[in-house]
Design a binder for this molecule. Structure first.
Ligand code: NDP
Length: 291
C-alpha cells in the first residue's frame, strides 16, 4: 500500500483529523469530493488520491468523516470492492442503527468496521482534550490504536457497533440536563437582581456534589434495589413542589420542574414513594429482566 491511513472527507472536521495524522508522522492519503480542500494538507505532506477508489485501496485503514450516512453511502457504494481486507473507521455522526447497518454492509464487502463518534470541535483534534469514542471488533481497535491515538484521547467501548452513537447521544442528554438546570437557576436568581456570574459558583458546586452520587446510584440501578439511605422519593416530591410554586410566583418558566414532578408522581402512584431517587429509571427505561 501507498500509505498507512486514508482520510475521506475534508470538511472542517476531516481536515483537522488529517492534519493530526500527518502531524503524528503517519503516511496519509486524502480524498475529498471537492479536491481544492486538500491543497493545504498536500502542502503538509499528504498524498492526494485521484479518485475515491484509489483512496480506499491506498491504505489498510480508511477513516471517513462526511456530513451524514447518505453522503457516506454515495462515496463508498461505487468503491465497495476495494474495502475487502481493510478496516473502515467511520467518524461521520449518526445513530446506532445506522452504525450497525454500516457494519453489516462493510462486512459483506469483506471489510472490518469500527464506528466512531467525535466528542470535540476541530481545533482540539490531535490533543488529549479531543475524545473519540470507538466501537466494533476489539482486535481492529487494538491493532490500529496508535493511529487513532494521533486524533485525540480514544475510548474503546465494546464490540456492539452502535455503542459509540449511544454514548454520544447519552452524553448530549447529560450536557443539556446540566445546562437547562443551570439556566433555570439563573432565571430564578435573576428575579432577585443576582447576575449569572454571581450565582454560578454555587450552581457548579451543587452540580459537582450531585455528580458524586452517580456511582452509588448506578449500583442501585444495576441491582434494581433502591434503599432510601439519603432521601425518599416522597421527600423529593415535596422539594419539587417548592421549586414549581416559587418559579410560577416569580414568573419564571416552570415547565422543567413540572416535568420532573410528573415523573416522580407517576413513580409514587406506582407505590415507590419510599424508595431512593434512582427508582425513577423505571419511568425512562423499558422494564427489563434483573438477575
Ligand atoms: P463539513 O460540512 O465541514 O464537511 C462535510 C464533508 O462531507 C465535506 O468533506 C463534504 O465534501 C463531504 N460530503 C458531503 N456530502 C457528500 C457527498 N454526497 N459525497 C461526498 N462527500 C460529501 O462538516 P464537518 O467536517 O464539520 O462534519 C463532518 C462530520 O463530523 C459530521 O458527521 C459531523 O456531525 C461530525 N462532527 C463534526 C464536529 C464539528 O465540530 N465540526 C464535531 C463532532 C462531529 P465537499 O467538501 O465536497 O462538500
Amino acid at each position: 500500500t501507498d500509505s498507512d491511513v486514508t482520510l475521506i472527507g475534508l470538511g472542517l472536521m476531516g481536515k483537522a483529523l488529517a492534519g493530526a495524522l500527518l502531524g503524528a508522522g503517519h503516511r496519509t492519503t486524502v480524498w475529498n469530493r471537492t479536491a481544492a480542500k486538500a491543497e493545504e494538507l498536500v502542502a503538509q505532506g499528504a498524498l492526494l488520491a485521484d479518485s475515491a477508489d484509489s483512496a480506499v485501496t491506498a491504505s489498510p485503514v480508511i477513516i471517513t468523516c462526511v456530513s451524514d450516512y447518505a453522503s457516506l453511502q454515495q462515496v463508498l457504494t461505487p468503491v465497495a470492492d476495494g474495502l475487502g481486507g481493510r478496516v473502515l473507521v467511520n467518524l461521520t455522526s449518526g445513530d446506532s442503527a445506522q452504525a450497525q447497518e454500516m457494519a453489516r454492509w462493510t462486512e459483506k464487502q469483506g471489510g472490518i468496521y469500527l464506528d466512531g463518534a467525535i466528542m470535540a470541535v476541530p481545533p482540539t483534534i490531535g490533543t488529549a482534550a479531543a475524545v473519540i469514542l470507538l466501537s466494533g471488533p476489539e482486535s481492529a481497535f487494538t491493532t490500529h490504536q496508535s493511529t487513532f491515538d494521533a486524533l485525540g484521547t480514544t475510548a474503546y467501548l465494546g464490540e456492539d457497533h452502535g455503542l459509540s452513537a449511544l454514548y454520544d447521544v447519552a452524553g448530549l442528554s447529560m450536557m443539556w440536563g446540566v445546562l437547562n438546570a443551570w439556566l433555570h437557576g439563573v432565571a430564578l436568581l435573576g428575579t432577585a437582581g443576582v447576575n449569572a456570574s454571581t450565582y454560578t459558583p454555587f450552581a457548579a458546586q451543587i452540580a459537582q456534589e450531585t455528580v458524586g452520587w452517580l456511582a452509588g446510584y448506578a449500583d442501585q440501578v444495576d441491582s434494581a434495589t433502591y434503599p432510601p439511605d439519603d432521601a425518599t422519593l416522597d421527600t423529593h416530591a415535596g422539594g419539587m413542589t417548592h421549586l414549581i410554586e416559587e418559579s410560577e410566583r416569580l414568573g419564571v418558566n416552570a415547565e422543567m420542574p413540572r416535568l420532573f414532578k410528573a415523573l416522580v408522581d407517576r413513580a409514587i402512584a406506582a407505590g415507590q414513594g419510599g424508595s431512593s431517587y434512582p427508582v425513577l429509571v423505571e419511568q425512562f427505561a423499558q422494564p427489563r429482566a434483573t438477575s
